[in-house]
Design a protein around this ligand. Structure first.
Ligand code: FES
Length: 202
């Protein structure tokens, strides 16, 4: 587990860094595809690696940019941004679990989502596990036309406005949802994942 340099807590990630990452970050993270084919957050050690309430988010492909992602940085219907959770006090980035550590942040039109989903979102921003529920690959592709997440391994597609419901392919269940809240403009974790992260064996 990396211990990051303590960040400036008042600033958000620079917008140009985030825009560079929208889409581009997803490809970089493919390196973790094989390492991530494990059940996630199932052991005691891994429980600590799971996102905790109050964690902020840092962009995966810009670890040098320690500033957290803020609500204002995310644009409706733009490609998702791949992030990891970070303890805002210790600066620890929760990166021990390969693909299971990776989270997709996406902003949709809040009018398009159900009241139930809205409760876990912040003004249309939703956070989902980036680990495929089929065999645990990284869900690293974005269908810009249909506005869906896509897994490159066996083509499963997930619709963010329907709670990341499976709309194509062999994945057996939606990507788990991570509840969000906003504090001083920064997006933060507000609860646990809605279900088991990654593939479920046995
Ligand atoms: S691992 Fe994602 S569709 Fe098979």
């Amino acid at each position: 587990m990396n211990i990051e340099t303590r960040p400036s807590r008042s600033a958000c990630i620079k917008r140009r860094e985030l825009l560079k990452c929208a889409g581009g970050c997803l490809g970089t993270a493919a390196l973790f595809s094989v390492a991530g084919r494990l059940n996630a957050f199932s052991g005691e050690k891994n429980a600590v690696a799971a996102p905790q309430v109050g964690d902020v988010f840092v962009v995966y492909a810009a670890p040098q940019t320690h500033n957290p992602v803020c609500l204002k940085d995310l644009v409706i219907d733009a490609p998702p941004v791949l992030v990891r959770a970070r303890d805002p006090v210790s600066g620890i980035v929760r990166d021990d679990n390969g693909n299971a550590s990776l989270i997709l942040l996406v902003r949709v039109n809040p009018k398009k989502i159900t009241p139930e989903l809205r409760e876990s979102s912040v003004q249309g921003v939703l956070a989902y596990s980036a680990m495929c529920t089929h065999l645990g690959c990284l869900v690293e592709n974005w269908d810009a036309e249909k506005k869906r997440f896509q897994c490159p391994c066996h083509k499963s597609a997930f619709d963010p406005v329907q709670g990341a419901k499976v709309v194509f392919g062999p994945a057996p269940r939606p990507l788990p949802l991570l509840p969000l809240r906003v504090e001083k403009g920064m997006l933060k974790v507000a609860g646990e994942f809605s279900s088991h992260v990654g593939a479920q064996h046995g």
